[in-house]
Design a protein around this ligand. Structure first.
Ligand code: HEM
Length: 425
């Protein structure tokens, strides 16, 4: 697809979403109100319309926990790359010396079995309990180091100066990349996450193309370095398979950045926001730091970083009393399912003692269940526990800016201080 046609298609889709949104179509409202401070009323309006709700934009949607969970576990549904679903071809081939690999569209996140099974298995050893124990020590020590530095500052940005630095350190470790790469990796991770819910403007298209070319070059260098000096990490595990193609190698290693960075940043950011808004929960965390895992689980339930996912019917399927034709996309509103009153009592309340908080769908369900879930839980618990025990007076000193995304939810900028009011005065 040439750039002029692409620009026209993007413009047309924004207009269509604007018109249908104004007419009350809930999916069009979600598309239109990107970065909305509070998408939850839209989710509730979808829930009020039934368990499986059609949109004039084409897909079906569900806010129901049992239905979303069963679709995610149903082999008659599969994943489909965004480009195939929307018909948008970003034409990446001509923008690098070799075909450019997109770690979201080209990875096992967007593949069905048997490819999905084979590739996921290759990446899995790096997420074993032993690997997690090793990572835990590293995360505890880097978080303590960041906080030593931030405690000295009059104010700082919670997202860029703290939350983003934790997962980027972990992902660089997984890929065997040096600390010198942190800044570039953060930029790439942000661009990739911004593209998860589809591109909207040509500016985004250009940034995404540039990012993918740079990321492909970087991951190629990382792979060459590992070929020369194998070690115990994801890239070496992948390279150990002689049949792995260049595309699968780049997509799988790039997926760790695409899936593991912004999601974890937003877990920490959403956690801080929830704790600042709920002083009693914050007090409990400070007095009993061991409740950090409960806090993380409830943050994931109440305000998940990945707000929705999608599946496509691979054959005609009867679902909630209607026949879903082959090829129909179904949007699983994970954030809405996490507030389904059939599963969670008083679902809009932040309650760190909730007995079934772990039943949330923040990490999805079925064969694509998040491979990094234990890692993310560990990073979130260490970050929140250390932040509030070390800086118990943490508070906002300016407005929170949210990310301009509908699929990924969390703060983009969050100015905070750890100083007490009397010290600042
Ligand atoms: C709070 C943080 C995180 C959240 C909320 C999250 C959420 C998700 C969700 C919802 C999916 C499945 C999407 C679907 O079903 O369509 C997923 C898949 C995945 N995530 Fe995470 N994730 C997080 C952190 C991480 C981390 C830290 C890593 C690794 C460094 C990671 C790696 C992956 C991978 C590789 C997949 C693909 C799994 C598959 O397709 O089989 N995630 N994640």
């Amino acid at each position: 697809m040439g750039d002029r046609r692409l620009a026209a298609t993007l413009f047309a889709s924004r207009v269509v979403a604007g018109i249908f949104g104004a007419l009350g179509d809930p999916l069009a409202r979600l598309v239109r109100d990107t970065g909305s401070a509070d998408p939850y009323p839209i989710y509730e309006s979808i829930r009020a319309r039934g368990v499986l709700v059609p949109s004039r934009l084409g897909p079906l949607m569900t806010a129901s926990h049992p239905l979303a969970n069963s679709v995610l576990r149903d082999a008659r549904f599969g994943v489909m790359p965004n480009s195939e679903m929307t018909g948008l071809d970003l034409d990446l081939r001509g923008h690098g010396p070799l075909p450019v690999v997109d770690p979201i569209e080209g990875s096992f996140l967007m593949r069905n079995p048997p490819d999905h099974t084979r590739l996921r298995r290759l990446a899995a050893p790096s997420f074993s309990p032993r690997a997690l124990r090793e990572q835990t020590e590293i995360v505890e020590s880097v978080v303590a180091g960041f906080l030593d530095e931030l405690a000295e500052r009059p104010s700082f940005d919670l997202v860029t100066d703290f939350a983003a630095r934790v997962p980027i350190k972990v992902i660089c470790g997984l890929l065997g990349a040096s600390d010198a790469e942190h800044a570039r990796m953060m930029d790439w991770g942000t661009t990739l996450a911004g593209a998860i819910d589809g591109v909207r403007t040509m500016r985004q298209v250009h940034t995404l193309r540039r990012t993918l070319v740079e990321l492909n070059e970087f991951l190629t260098e990382v792979a060459e370095d590992h070929r020369a000096r194998p070690r115990e990490d994801v890239v070496s595990h992948l390279l150990a398979d002689p049949d792995l193609s260049r595309e699968d190698l780049l997509a799988t290693s790039g997926l760790l950045l695409a899936a593991g960075f912004e999601t974890t940043v937003n877990l920490i950011g959403n956690g801080v926001l929830a704790l600042l808004a709920n002083p009693e929960a914050k007090r409990r965390l400070i007095e009993d730091p061991d409740c950090a895992p409960n806090v993380v689980e409830e943050v994931l339930r109440l305000d998940p970083p990945a707000q929705f996912s999608g599946r496509t019917a691979l054959e005609p399927v009867e679902l909630a009393g209607r026949v879903v034709p082959k090829g129909t996309p179904v949007i699983l509103l994970l954030a809405a399912a996490n507030r389904d009153p059939e599963v969670f009592a008083d679902p809009h309340r932040f309650d760190i003692d909730r007995p079934n908080a772990k039943d949330h769908l923040a990490f999805s369900s079925g064969i694509h269940y998040c491979l990094g879930a234990s890692l993310a839980r560990m990073e979130g618990a260490i970050a929140l526990r250390a932040l509030f025990t070390r800086l118990p007076g943490l508070r906002l000193v300016g407005p929170v800016r949210r990310r301009p995304s509908r699929a990924i939810r969390g703060p983009l900028r969050m100015p905070v201080t750890a100083r007490t009011r009397s010290t600042v005065a």
